[in-house]
Ligand binder design. Structure first.
Ligand code: ADP
Ligand code: MG
Length: 284
């Protein structure tokens, strides 16, 4: 399998000192849907913004489609399409005009653009709505239009930042179906940020869970689902010893221990049973 995105030791410290990413390592295989799953503030948008060259990383190495981010960010930008978390379409224009506007900015000839735009409307099932104002579009239609914008230049990778955030259940399901079909039809690679486990599960071939700027689990959806099942106990320890991790790991019912900043995250099947044992161990 061909690796199309690779990140190694990726960190991001914002100007105010906030460490949003603390050393991410991951690879995305070509033609797959890769999901970055995490709570609000985990670092999903930051990661995507770096990969798409919208913001600068602090440290680490990033390769996108065989291009080193440090060497040629402009070249990366040519091969990708982005759907942002916030809606970017102009409500005062029709769907078609939105696409024509972006195509014009990218320097596409109007003949090529018109053909491509018709094709996209057809495939998205938006043909009937192409010439009505976007302010009349439903949330689901707007997202599809933004996906069409991202697809305009036949990108090799599409980045989606929480694409179904404000959609009703029916529109979400429809959007998922569309993404799946898109992948099957074109073999495009999709990088998806989401905080919905069900979305990640339904859509993704591989899921990486991000928590406070670190990837804490990675794998196919069925494995990740089992990892996510159960509880997480977060503890802060004063006077911790080097063997702390091992001691907690040995507590009955503990599945995994992850050090996250000054905290330990303890994954377990049932926190009600495990928490007292953990506290006892720490005190001893
Ligand atoms: N421009 C910024 N300056 C400082 N901190 C930021 C900035 N953007 C995001 N953050 C912080 O970085 C962390 C990760 O944010 P973000 O990547 O947006 O997370 P997510 O997309 O997973 O919700 C959060 O704590 C957020 O508050
Ligand atoms: Mg975000």
């Amino acid at each position: 399998m061909n690796v199309i995105i690779e990140a190694k030791g990726l960190t991001k410290e914002y100007k105010d000192g906030k460490e949003a990413l603390r050393g991410l390592d991951f690879t995305v295989e070509e033609g797959k849907i890769f999901g970055l799953l995490g709570l609000n503030g985990a670092g999903k948008t930051t990661t995507m913004s770096i990969l798409t060259t919208m913001i600068r990383k602090t440290q680490g190495k990033v390769i996108v489609d065989e291009i080193d981010l440090d060497e040629n960010p402009n070249e990366i930008r040519k091969n990708i399409g982005i759907v942002f978390q916030e809606s970017t379409s102009d409500n005062q224009l029709t769907g078609r005009e939105n696409l024509q506007y972006i195509a014009g900015l990218s320097g596409m000839s109007s003949q090529t653009a018109d053909q491509k735009i018709n094709e996209l409307f057809e495939k998205m099932g938006l043909k009937e709505s192409a010439d009505i104002l976007v302010k009349r579009y439903s949330g689901g239609m707007k997202r599809k239009l933004e996906l069409a914008v991202a697809m305009l230049q036949n990108p090799r990778i599409i980045f989606l930042d929480e694409p179904t955030l404000q959609l009703d259940p029916a529109s979400r399901a429809e959007f998922w179906n569309y993404i799946k079909k898109l992948k099957e039809r074109t073999g495009i690679t999709i990088f998806l940020n989401t905080h919905y486990l069900d979305e990640a599960e339904k859509l993704c071939d591989v899921i990486a869970i991000i928590d406070q700027g670190r990837i804490i689990a990675k794998g196919p959806p069925d494995i990740i689902k089992n990892t996510v099942k159960g509880d997480i106990i977060k503890v802060k320890v004063e006077n911790e010893t080097p063997s702390f991790n091992k001691i907690i790991q040995d507590v009955h019912g503990v599945l995994e221990v992850v050090k996250s900043n000054s905290y330990y995250l303890i994954k377990c099947e049932n926190s009600n049973q495990v928490a007292p044992s953990v506290v006892l161990k720490i005190k001893l």
